[in-house]
Write a protein that binds this ligand. Structure first.
Ligand code: KIV
Length: 288
């Protein structure tokens, strides 16, 4: 029996009141570990612009890059449902542009769904009509960082809280099956979660959402010194990696790595042959 998470198994989890887990991922090795741990959904987020490429924000990421990273993640996921982000300016222009690029992502990565930021209703309608599941993303939408003037909590006042709820209802009406609520106060997120049948996934959205997503480098303490309020370190892998790199550096420099147990000693030729080989080589060197 297949354990593959699908749109219907995930919606069924919401109906049953079971929480849904999601992590970002950008490569095959990590995807295998995340999938093996039983995480329900994996997001190939355009946050890779920061986590994998060292950019200041997500804006420079291209469609081609999303496809390359997305393809590797899909290969590592047997059961997790894989969503690939549509990067900045790959869908904002028109429904036609959005449909064409969503189609490329699905065709070229074999992912299960795409994610778009904002209440881009005509784009979402066109993609859903083509049979591609859509995850929406509202609240703090990083591709609009310049319009927001930084990474800030959204929906704090009544007008904006009403706008975010209205957007969620419109997105559901357009056919989105899931929505990420980023940096939205917890009572508002819980209210939206109750108001819609689609799945709500929180990141800085409080515990009332149907599920949670974190950037995997953030939850493993691999992202540097700034830790957003919504991030919990589930392990200190950043420290563990640094310790391992320091130990490796020291052993290589001390000549203690590799030892015999990490060398192909049994495959070496006889000492006698190697002695002759060295003599032949020295002779050749003298002549040249
Ligand atoms: O790009 C991303 O990783 C995201 C998550 C933070 C939700 O959009």
């Amino acid at each position: 029996m297949s354990n593959k998470n699908t749109v219907s198994t995930l919606l069924e989890m919401k109906r049953r009141g079971e929480k849904i887990s999601q992590l970002t991922c950008y490569d095959y090795s990590t995807a295998r570990l995340i999938d093996g741990a039983g995480i329900n959904t994996v997001l190939v987020g355009d946050s890779l612009g920061m986590t994998m490429q060292g950019n200041e924000n997500t804006l420079p990421v291209t469609l081609e890059e999303m496809i390359i990273y997305g393809r590797s993640v899909v290969r590592g996921c047997k059961n997790a449902f894989v969503i690939v982000d549509m990067p900045f300016m790959s869908y904002q222009k028109s429904a036609e542009q959005a449909l064409e690029n969503a189609g490329r992502i699905i065709k070229e990565t074999n992912a299960n769904a795409v994610k778009l930021e904002g209440a881009v209703i005509p784009q979402i309608r066109a993609i859903v009509k083509a049979g591609i599941p859509v995850c929406a993303h509202i609240g703090m939408t990083p591709q609009s960082v310049n319009a927001f003037g930084g990474f800030k909590v959204q929906g704090k006042d009544e007008e904006n809280a009403r706008r975010i709820l209205d957007e969620a209802l419109e997105l559901q009406d357009a056919g989105a099956f899931m929505v990420v609520l980023e940096c939205v106060p917890p009572k508002l997120s819980a209210l939206i979660t109750e108001a819609v049948d689609m799945i709500t996934i929180g990141i800085g959205g409080g515990a009332g959402c149907d599920g949670q997503v974190l950037v995997y480098q953030d939850m493993l303490q691999m992202s540097g010194d700034f830790v957003p309020k919504f991030v919990k370190h589930f392990a200190r892998i950043g420290d563990a990696m640094t310790q391992a790199f320091v130990a490796y550096d020291a052993e290589v420099k001390a000549g203690t790595f590799p030892g015999p147990e990490h060398s192909y000693t049994k495959s070496d030729c006889s000492d006698e042959f190697l002695f002759r080989l060295k003599a032949e080589y020295s002779e050749r060197m003298k002549k040249s």
